[in-house]
Design a protein around this ligand. Structure first.
Ligand SMILES: Cc1cc2nc3c(=O)[nH]c(=O)nc-3n(C[C@H](O)[C@H](O)[C@H](O)COP(=O)(O)O)c2cc1C
Length: 187
């Protein structure tokens, strides 16, 4: 059955991970609903020279970040899962504390109350105590904290491959079957 996924891009470094994730989703039976924070827009422009419009071929629909009337504002709209990629410490903190200042926060709040998968690709370094406490809070509330940490054992040849591997692991967590994804088979 066709899945409905929310992809939120917030203003942490690593917008390439989001683009590679969208590329992996492109040929799957999935409907992608995008939300991007103001800072996410800024970082996407700075890191990749892209605007949300440039990603239109991958995102079924973009929802304005302050549109609290968007479908994902309500549990009745039945989204299958939500991924925040990359996820800032600001957005993580809002979600952890039930603070709703934009549609990303509201959609995440809804996923938690509906007991639906919420993946937070939290990105910062180093973490302070507040970041760590917030990660534990969202974990205890049912979210999966999955920082986009690149790995090297699959010998990536470029940044796209490196980010693609991380995106593949996130797709795994969301239950997608991605053909051709490199997997560890032992030494
Ligand atoms: C180029 C750039 C990179 C940033 N990287 C991070 C980051 O990795 N993690 C983070 O928590 N904030 C980062 N920030 C700061 C956030 O964008 C800022 O805290 C913002 O208020 C977050 O808002 P949002 O969560 O609504 O996107 C970065 C900002 C810029 C301009």
């Amino acid at each position: 059955m066709r899945k409905k996924i929310i992809l939120a891009i917030t203003g942490a470094s690593g917008t390439l991970f989001a683009v590679q994730f969208l590329k992996l989703m492109q040929h799957l039976d999935v409907e992608i609903h995008g939300i991007i924070s103001d800072a996410g827009r800024l970082v996407l422009q700075h890191e990749l020279r892209l605007t949300p419009d440039d990603l239109k071929e991958y995102v079924g629909q973009w929802h304005a970040k302050d549109n609290f009337a968007a479908p994902m504002s309500s549990g009745s709209s039945k989204f299958d899962a939500m991924l925040v990629l990359p996820c800032t410490m600001g957005t993580l903190g809002a979600i952890a504390n039930g603070v709703v200042n934009n549609l990303v926060h509201r959609a995440a709040d809804v996923m938690l109350k509906e007991k639906k998968p919420l993946l937070l690709a939290a990105r910062e370094t180093p973490f302070n105590r507040i970041h760590l406490e917030n990660m534990l809070k969202v974990h205890d509330a049912g979210a999966i904290v999955c920082p986009p940490m690149p790995s090297f054992y699959h010998h990536p040849e470029n940044l796209e491959e490196m980010a693609g591997f991380v995106a593949g692991r996130l797709a795994d967590l969301l239950g997608f079957e991605i053909e051709g994804l490199k997997r560890w088979k032992g030494l």
